[in-house]
Write a protein that binds this ligand. Structure first.
Ligand code: SF4
Length: 148
């Protein structure tokens, strides 16, 4: 639930991100050969493993291999779960967004911070309603003002 508010989410990091944002928190995944192959059958195995425990599957990237991503999103949807994509791009083709319930857009910019920053450039949307969900993440100011 840390990534998508209210959804129990399996998050999959897709290696090979071409954007190379300075300060990327997972630069070790820029190499497309890093990690294990994710294809239709390995995704089905994962979903079988967590059957009944998940409500959403989130892909950290993968839009650079759109056809493969669309195949994987279709499998998730066929099993009745919600789909999410965190992308460093500012926008995505409709062919991808039409298969998503949630999308995060915008590259990582250290000076602006992530979703927990009030000045972040990144936006998380619920595409079913169009609502921006950033307010779920911004830390409230917990300081207490004392007056005498
Ligand atoms: S989009 Fe994400 S994974 Fe890709 S370089 Fe930027 S921060 Fe790293």
């Amino acid at each position: 639930m840390q990534e998508i508010p209210g959804e129990i989410t399996l998050a999959l990091s897709i290696s090979g991100c071409p954007l190379k944002c300075p300060g990327c928190h997972s630069a070790f995944t820029w190499d497309g050969n890093f990690g294990q192959k994710l294809n239709k059958s390995s995704l089905i195995q994962l979903l079988d493993k967590y059957e009944g425990l998940l409500s959403c599957v989130l892909f950290y990237g993968g839009e650079w291999e759109a056809d493969t991503l669309l195949d994987l999103l279709a499998i998730v949807r066929e099993r009745g779960m919600l789909t999410a994509l965190f992308s460093g791009l500012e926008s995505l083709p409709e062919s991808i967004t039409s298969q998503l319930d949630f999308v995060k857009l915008g590259p990582w910019k250290r000076e602006l911070g992530g979703l927990d920053s009030a000045i972040t450039n990144q936006r998380l949307y619920d595409l079913r309603s169009g609502e921006c969900l950033n307010h779920h993440f911004v830390k409230k100011d917990s300081s207490v003002e004392l007056t005498f």
